[in-house]
Design a binder for this molecule. Sequence first.
Ligand SMILES: [Zn+2]
Ligand SMILES: [Zn+2]
Length: 272
Amino acid sequence: MTPNYIDSHAHLFFTDYANELTAVLSRAKEAGVSVIIVPGTDVKSSREAIQLANQHENIFACVGIHPHEALKAGHQDLAEIEKLCEHPKVVAIGEIGLDYHYDFSPRELQQKYFVEQMEIAVRKHLPVVLHMRESTEDVFSIVERTVNVNPNWKKNSTEPMRGVFHCFPGTADQAAYVHELGFCVSFPGIVTFKKSNSIEVVKQIGIQNILLETDSPYMTPVPLRGKRNEPANIVLIGRKIAEALNISEEEVARITTENAMRLFSPHQFRKE
Ligand SMILES: [Zn+2]
Ligand SMILES: [Zn+2]
């Protein structure tokens, strides 16, 4: 049986994949990737993500302004993101968050755009795809505040999850904490890197609340490091996790796909 994966985070924008996109998508299909979620990083790429979703049945889009892009964004861009949410194949606001590693945008500005987009997500009843790098304390406090001031965002067993911390950089305890807040975590090829302890975190938290992602074109898993990443490589991530947890690859694919559906589908995968 071919495993059935969802790549929950792949930036398949035109410029990165250009003429090759058809081949990339057919390799993904062959590898067992049934759905690909494409997050935007600014208004332009959010529109491109939607355009891809329009053209391909198994592609869904997220729209949002990445912390790197906060400096270049204008207030009008937030209004535009909110408008783009109306598209039937938009499944989340993302990726949004704080990146204090590169600090490409001033931190106050990153925070302003992050907070405002969390509010858009609340208004639009969409989950969020979060980017957090060396900014754990501030991301947690903004997420906590959003959950606390919006009672309908409080975790509740009948409610869907509120979002995913993509490329989760935290500890197992922090993963448990975000789960309490109603969020899950996702892992790209970093689980295959020798100097990362992500695979240890996966071993401690188990597979019940994790999603898989390639983060294409970045984070190419071992043994393909150095090459441009693509959704078909999710198999290498699934295999590594299967080995670490001593379960089958099919099981890894099945559970992480169910988790992704639980996060994104209450809002979407809706065919109208
Ligand atoms: Zn990111
Ligand atoms: Zn990303």
